[in-house]
Design a protein around this ligand. Structure first.
Ligand SMILES: *Cc1c(COP(=O)(O)O)cnc(C)c1O
Length: 463
């Protein structure tokens, strides 16, 4: 399968896409053509284990780069790390209301699904090439620990993870800073997540600070491999609830637009999905765009759902590429202009957006209210991101005959501030993290500047 950049560069194969993350022209990679499954084919996947289903969905995307047996080992080993045998179990909240629990991986958030696999795919390809790389990533909290957990075992990588200093939860920080390994570096940047993301983008654009032969690899959701792996659980959830014969709807707590974009792709690949609901917190640029055709950045707000405190969602560009008829030139113009002021698309295109997505924005008070209410009504404790989703699902649901599945993106124990704000005591940490608060932390605080970060990286590369 070939991949193209949303900004129009030359087609690449999966290996190049995996190693590069961002295209050299600043665009994001997308498949030149998506695989499509007929209803009969999807029906034939029913009853497969999570790993076997993942083989069916991911196989076509990597076929010319990774032999089937090696892919199978990467996938099987990844999901063997999960603490629930179903890997992605569904839980019922009410009639036709479900959550898909995506937090049974090693770091308790959905990002483990992709990063466990990504780490193994990277290690496989780098070992085959006898190539050493530096992973550089920014995290609003959950990506960092999932990336460290997925990649730290590879002898071929040094990992540098930027997080916004004092702006992630203590559990999130400790999950990263207590990782003891010679190839792992945590950098606390004196800025917010968007600042971290900008620094990472700038470092990728100019890699002159690295020694010859060394390159940066992106593990943020700009890396296509992550999106690809996330498509699987949409199929899995649908099949668990009578799909493909019976359509389902999904609501997705959204930050960088990676997770919901995977849902969009699942639908494009043939999965019968009725509604796709974008749930945002008060950082609601996507909601304003979908609802009012207004795409304009405002000041970033810090909320109880910090992993969604993002103004400019990187992966939205992938969707816009389709919306602009895969015309890279038109997309470039839009992206360049969207730097300043408010943007909108033509009415035709906007109607297309509205056919594709519903949306809703949820503030912190509503988030707490939902956590409280669902706990009272169903005994289920939601993390604040999932609560944003459940609220949006309730508000946007247009057909109560169709199962509405909200993606439960993190375990509530990661976000005790929100749980306590809802008047509920902090739940216990799972056994494998029991002593998290006693472990020693390792991190460096750095200035909010590209130079400070690239200097740190070049001073800490392994031989
Ligand atoms: C990363 C994250 C999100 C947002 O996912 P995107 O793919 O960035 O839209 C939502 N909830 C949690 C808990 C996360 O860690």
């Amino acid at each position: 399968m070939k991949y193209v950049s949303t900004r129009g560069g030359d087609p690449q194969n999966f290996e190049q896409v995996l190693l590069r993350g961002l295209a050299p022209d600043g665009g994001l990679y997308v498949p030149s053509q998506l695989p499509h499954f007929s209803e009969a084919e999807i029906a034939s996947f029913s009853g497969l284990t999570y790993s076997d289903l993942a083989m069916k969905i991911i196989g076509p995307f990597v076929a010319d780069t990774i032999p089937e047996a090696d892919l199978k080992r990467c996938i099987d080993d990844s999901y063997a790390e999960f603490s629930h045998r179903a890997v992605a179990p569904l839980q019922m909240l009410g009639p036709n209301e479900w959550i898909l629990e995506l937090y049974h991986g090693p770091t308790l958030a959905f990002k483990d699904f992709a990063l466990q696999v990504l780490g193994r795919l990277l290690d496989y390809v780098l070992t085959r090439n006898n190539q050493r790389v530096a992973i550089l990533g920014a995290t609003s909290g959950d990506t960092g620990s999932a990336a460290l957990e997925g990649c730290r075992h590879s002898a071929m990588v040094d990992i540098f993870i930027l997080h916004p200093h004092n702006r992630i939860s203590e559990v999130q920080r400790r999950q990263m800073t207590t990782v003891k390994a010679g190839n792992v570096y945590n950098l606390a940047v004196e800025g917010n997540f968007d600042d971290c993301q900008k620094i990472v983008k700038a470092a990728f654009a100019d890699q002159g600070f690295l020694p010859d032969g060394r390159q940066l690899v992106a593990v943020n959701s700009i890396n296509w491999a992550r999106i690809m792996v996330q498509i699987v659980y949409y199929f899995y959830a649908s099949l668990s609830l009578g799909g493909p014969q019976r359509p389902v709807s999904f609501t997705v707590p959204t930050g960088n637009f990676g997770d919901i974009y995977a849902g969009y792709l699942a639908r494009e690949m043939g999965l019968p999905i009725n509604q796709l609901v974008v749930a945002t917190n008060s950082n609601d640029i996507l909601h304003r765009f979908i609802h009012n055709n207004e795409y304009s950045a405002t000041e970033l707000t810090h909320t109880l759902s910090p992993s969604m405190d993002i103004m400019i969602s990187s992966n939205f560009e992938r969707y816009l590429f389709d919306l602009f008829g895969r015309d890279a030139k038109k997309l470039c113009e839009f992206m360049e202009q969207s730097g300043g002021g408010s943007m909108h698309v033509s009415d035709d295109r906007w109607q297309q957006v509205r056919k594709c997505f519903s949306s809703f924005a949820v503030n912190d008070d509503e988030t707490c209210e939902v956590i409280k209410q669902v706990y009272k009504d169903s005994g289920v404790l939601l993390d604040p991101h999932t609560a944003v989703g459940v609220k949006a699902a309730t508000e946007c649901n247009s057909n109560r005959e169709i199962p509405m599945i909200t993606l439960a993106t993190a375990h509530p124990v990661k976000f005790s501030d929100a749980i306590n704000a809802a008047g509920i005591p902090t739940p216990l940490l799972p056994v494998h993290l029991k002593d998290l608060f006693e472990r020693e932390e390792f991190y460096a605080v750095v200035d909010n500047s590209v130079d400070a970060v690239t200097e740190y990286v070049s001073n800490h590369l392994g031989a």
